[in-house]
Ligand binder design. Structure first.
Ligand code: AP5
Length: 226
């Protein structure tokens, strides 16, 4: 019996809940989870060449140049670690990135299963990002009101201190939203034309959104794997 691979993209505005749902899916599905924001933040922390190039863009709330980010994802898809499926969060974010992903997948004989758009209004996003806290050691995400840790200021999973992300300052959040509407929202049409787009209302609470995402996934017809 061949494996059935899930090759999934989580799309949506900043703060819509992609990371929150991505963490849950990663645990449920045991698939490689590539969140480009997390990958870039780790590169900044380690002061790698990519991190040094990306930092100023991220701090301003601008997108990092396409060639930098496409290389990071292509590397992972070519490595073999995603041969049994993958979850992409935060990539692609521009039409050229989506075209590069299509080209890479076709080169390695793979195809996308689906794109899940987790949507929320700009107003809701500003509310969420102003209360977001993240673990200082990794990518665990909380909200002071909507998803608080068990002990205030401490990550439930790795006990690290919870911090505010540099790009969650209000003026940077506004700029990230502008970038989303200008450069990433065209992907909604791009993937609708390929009949891959599935929309989830991200304004409900995290458990309800998670339930909607899981029930959608159960309806997908999956790629035959090795
Ligand atoms: P990235 O880290 O990807 O940021 P983002 O897309 O702006 O997304 P966020 O991480 O802010 O939000 P999220 O949707 O994951 O929401 P979360 O679950 O945390 O990218 C950062 C930067 O890196 C970019 O600005 C860019 O510079 C660069 N970059 C990354 N990828 C790139 C690419 N492909 N090309 C170029 N540049 C790139 O939730 C938010 C908050 O809300 C949390 O506090 C959470 O607890 C809470 N919450 C979540 N769900 C709910 C809910 N249903 N109800 C109430 N609260 C909720």
């Amino acid at each position: 019996m061949p494996n059935r691979n899930l090759n999934l993209i989580l799309l949506g505005p900043p703060g819509s809940g992609k990371g929150t749902q991505g963490e849950r899916l990663q645990e449920d599905l045991e698939l490689p989870y590539y969140a480009t924001g997390d990958i870039l933040r780790a590169a900044v922390k380690d002061a790698t060449e990519v991190g040094l190039a990306a930092r100023e863009y991220m701090d301003r709330g601008d997108l990092v140049p396409d060639d930098v980010i496409i290389g990071l994802i292509a590397e992972r898809l070519e490595s073999g670690e995603a041969d049994r499926g993958f979850i992409l969060d935060g990539f692609p974010r521009t039409v050229p990135q989506a075209e590069a992903l299509d080209a890479k997948l076709s080169e390695i004989g793979r195809q996308l299963t689906a794109v899940i758009l987790i949507d929320a209004s700009d107003e809701e996003i500003v509310r969420r990002l102003s209360g977001r806290r993240v673990s200082s050691n990794g990518g665990y995400v909380y909200h002071v009101e909507f998803n608080p840790p068990k002990v205030e200021g401490i990550c439930d999973v790795d006990d690290s201190e919870l911090i505010v992300r540099d790009d969650d300052k209000p003026e940077v959040v506004r700029h990230r939203l502008e970038q989303y509407h200008e450069k990433t929202a065209p992907l909604v049409d791009y993937y609708s034309r390929q009949a891959l787009l599935n929309r989830v209302d991200g304004s409900r609470d995290p458990d309800q959104v998670g339930e909607a995402v899981r029930s959608l996934i159960s309806t997908f017809s999956l790629e035959e794997g090795p």
